[in-house]
Write a protein that binds this ligand. Structure first.
Ligand SMILES: NC(=O)c1ccc[n+]([C@@H]2O[C@H](COP(=O)([O-])OP(=O)(O)OC[C@H]3O[C@@H](n4cnc5c(N)ncnc54)[C@H](OP(=O)(O)O)[C@@H]3O)[C@@H](O)[C@H]2O)c1
Length: 272
């Protein structure tokens, strides 16, 4: 069945590959990126490569929550409902380690923007018969420092990245339990897949970006993954397809999850 699918950060890497595959399957795709030009180029090449003309465009720099809010309005005006939201946009290295509000870029882009975007788009997803939210986590997960999340403590790029990914995973589990009608799956798409982020951060790769894109296609649309809430899919487990596996232990600690969500709400209210 044809679905309406929004993929953040679909102008490059895993997100772009996934958008292409899902467009080939005949779904309506909303391509999102931070660069107008890159979004337009991606949309045009996707239309000509796949023959699918139902490719929509959306531009927003997810490092600032005000831009996330504008993007939500754009999406609501663009489509009557959403079936799938893939929170894929992410950063590891960043020329500016903090955003204009003093929040670490990794927390801002990889966690807070996804949290804000998703919460505002929940009414659109709740209208779907098979609503799904796929959150791009990572094998890199590290206990979240609340001070660092608030922007009161500086972290290395790798710690900030790993903490943002655990925060995303912890919140995904909570959201899955709260949303009866929507399936929420945090996923490690595979480690060191060949993308700009990995080449810049590590200088080496272990597998193609398609490996991550293929698992996004499956989790977003295959019937067997409907209603798999509060489980973490690890695409490093098994070949070619991974399996559900354990996330960082803190992702199962309800008091840490509640503290994280409470600080997240407080932070968003303070900076928006
Ligand atoms: N590759 C891996 O091995 C791997 C492993 C685990 C998890 N992941 C996760 O998979 C996701 C995709 O990563 P990737 O490896 O495909 O990286 P990538 O090739 O660098 O793609 C990242 C995407 O996010 C977009 N983006 C970055 N900052 C943004 C911002 N401030 N506002 C809006 N969009 C922004 C990028 O836009 P531009 O096109 O403008 O750069 C790009 O489209 C990330 O969440 C990453 O953490 C990747």
């Amino acid at each position: 069945m044809k679905k309406t699918i929004l993929i953040t950060g679909s102008t490059d890497g895993i997100g772009k590959e996934a958008a292409h595959i899902l467009a080939q399957d005949g779904h309506q795709i909303i391509v999102h990126g931070r660069s107008q030009q890159k979004v337009e180029t991606t949309v045009n090449s996707m239309k000509s490569d796949t023959g699918n003309q139902e490719i929509l465009a959306c531009v927003a720099d997810l490092s600032e929550l005000s831009a996330v809010d504008s993007m939500c309005l754009d999406i609501k005006n663009m489509v009557p409902h959403l079936d799938v939201l893939i929170n894929n946009a992410g950063v590891f290295n960043s020329p500016n380690p903090k955003n204009e509000k003093g929040i670490d870029m990794r927390f801002a882009v990889n966690y807070l923007s996804a949290y804000r975007l998703t919460n505002q788009l929940l009414p659109s997803l709740q209208q779907s018969e098979d609503g799904r939210i796929i959150n791009l986590s990572s094998a890199a997960q590290e206990a979240v420092s609340i001070a660092a999340l608030r922007g009161e403590k500086d972290l290395s790029a790798s710690s900030a990245y790993a903490q943002s990914k655990l925060a995303l995973t912890m919140w995904s589990f909570q959201l899955g339990q709260e949303q009866d009608k929507i399936t929420v799956i945090p996923v490690n798409p595979g480690s060191l897949l060949d993308t700009n982020m990995v080449r810049e951060a590590f200088g080496r790769t272990l597998g193609p970006a398609e490996k991550g894109a293929n698992i996004l296609q499956v989790l977003a649309t295959a019937d067997e993954y409907k209603q798999f809430d509060s489980q973490y899919f690890d695409n490093d487990l098994g070949n070619p397809l991974g399996s559900f596996g354990p996330a960082h232990p803190n992702a199962y600690n309800q008091s840490l999850i509640e503290e994280l969500i409470s600080v997240t709400e407080e932070l968003i209210n303070a900076i928006i």
